[in-house]
Design a protein around this ligand. Structure first.
Ligand code: GLN
Length: 280
C-alpha cells in the first residue's frame, strides 16, 4: 500500500468521527513517520508504518483528539506541547490575540497576564507578538502549569514567562500577582454544565477547563470584578466568550466599570470581549 492509499482509506474511516478526516489522517501519518505534515509528500511507505498508523487511526476512531495522540497543537505562530491535562488550544482563541493586536497598536504591552493559561497558548502567543514584553500565566492545575512551563522553555520564552499556581475560586487569589498589567488575556471555562459536547471533547479534555456552572458564567462572575485591581490605568483585558454569551458577560463587565467591545471569530461568532477601564 502507498501512503496516498493509506491516507484515502483512513480518511474514509475517520469521516465517522471527525469534521476534518483528511487533515487528521495526514497529521497522524506524519506523526507515524516522526516528520511534519508538509514533508509527508516526500516520503515513501515503509514496512513498519501501516501497523503503527492503523493503531493511531483506531485511537482517533475512538474519539481521542489528534492533538493528544501526537502531543502537539499549532496555535498562532507556535507549536505547543499538549497532554490531556490541558485544553487543546483552538483556532477560535487566536481571535483574542488578533483583538489584542488591534487594540494595542500604539502602546505595545510590557506586562501581560494570562488567567487560566493551560498549555500557555495565549500568553506565549502574546510574548511571540511583543518581543519586549514579559508575562505571567496562572493556572489552578499543577499538571497544566508543568506543560505551560515546558512550552515556555522549549519555545525560548523561559526568561520572559513565569507560570504560577493560582486558583480564582480561592479568596485572595490575586494577592501574589505582580500587578498592574497592560494586557490581561483569559479563556476561562464557560460551558454550561448541562451542555452536550462532542465525545472528543467530553471524554478527553479537562472538565475543569470547560464547565462553569449552570449558565456557564460562574468564572466570569469571579474574574471580572477582580480585573480593575489587576489592570494598569490604560490596560485592557480580553476575555474569550462562548456563542450567545456576549450580552451577559458584557453586562458583568459594565457593572465593574468597563467599556466593552467585541470581536468575532472566523465563523462569525462573538468570541473575544475587549474590556477597557471606564474613565470616571
Ligand atoms: N471553545 C471550547 C469548546 O467549545 C470551550 C472552551 C472553554 O470553555 N473555555 O469546547
Amino acid at each position: 500500500m502507498t501512503i496516498a492509499e493509506a491516507l484515502r482509506e483512513a480518511t474514509q474511516t475517520l469521516a465517522r468521527v471527525s469534521d476534518t478526516p483528511r487533515l487528521d489522517a495526514e497529521l497522524l501519518m506524519a506523526h507515524t513517520f516522526g516528520i511534519s505534515r508538509s514533508t509527508l509528500l516526500l516520503k515513501r511507505m515503509r514496512d513498519d508504518v501501516p501497523a503503527a498508523f492503523a493503531a493511531l487511526i483506531a485511537r482517533r476512531s475512538a474519539h481521542e483528539p489528534v492533538a493528544y495522540i501526537t502531543g502537539r497543537q499549532d496555535f498562532w505562530t507556535l507549536t505547543l506541547k499538549v497532554t490531556p491535562a490541558v485544553l487543546i488550544p483552538r483556532a477560535d482563541s487566536e481571535t483574542l490575540i488578533e483583538a489584542a493586536i488591534s487594540a494595542l497598536t500604539e502602546r505595545p504591552p510590557a506586562r501581560i497576564l494570562d488567567l487560566g493559561t493551560g498549555s500557555g497558548a495565549l500568553l506565549l502567543a502574546a510574548l511571540a507578538q511583543w518581543r519586549d514584553a514579559r508575562g505571567v500565566g496562572i493556572d489552578a492545575s499543577d499538571a497544566a502549569l508543568a506543560i505551560a512551563q515546558s512550552n515556555a522553555s522549549t519555545l525560548g520564552f523561559g526568561d520572559r514567562a513565569r507560570m504560577l499556581p493560582g486558583d480564582w475560586r480561592q479568596p485572595g487569589w490575586w494577592d501574589a500577582l505582580p500587578a498592574p498589567f497592560d494586557l490581561i488575556v483569559c479563556n476561562p471555562p464557560y460551558v454550561e454544565t448541562t451542555a452536550m459536547l462532542a465525545p472528543q471533547v467530553m471524554e478527553h479534555e479537562p472538565h475543569c477547563a470547560l464547565f462553569a456552572g449552570e449558565d456557564g458564567l460562574d468564572d466570569y462572575r469571579i474574574l471580572i470584578p477582580a480585573l480593575p485591581a489587576l489592570l494598569a490605568p490604560e490596560g485592557i483585558a480580553i476575555l474569550e466568550i462562548g456563542a450567545g454569551q456576549r450580552e451577559d458577560v458584557a453586562a458583568l463587565a459594565t457593572a465593574s466599570g468597563f467599556a466593552v467591545d467585541c470581536r468575532q471569530d472566523l465563523a462569525g461568532h462573538d468570541r473575544a470581549l475587549i474590556l477597557r477601564p471606564g474613565r470616571p
